[in-house]
Write a protein that binds this ligand. Structure first.
Ligand code: ZN
Length: 71
């Protein structure tokens, strides 16, 4: 499942529910604009906290920190 979150704390992956992209917080780049996502209230965490779960939820890879976007 995906749940709204206001912070990065303790997470490996963070989704942007606005554009349905997922970010790898362990490989965060400036282009990810994670602070902007959180400030806008668009952040979501995943349970379990994995890339596979994000894909299951319909999230696409961020081009900066993961790559291999499918759209
Ligand atoms: Zn990213």
């Amino acid at each position: 499942m995906a749940y709204p979150t206001p912070s990065r704390n303790g997470k490996n992956f963070l989704g942007n529910k606005h554009n349905k992209e997922v970010h790898n917080l362990r490989n965060e780049k400036n282009g990810c604009q994670i602070d902007e996502i959180l400030r806008a209230g668009h952040g979501v965490g995943f349970t379990p906290d994995s890339l596979q779960q994000a894909h299951t939820e319909g999230y696409d890879n961020c081009a900066w920190c993961i790559g291999g976007s499918t759209r």
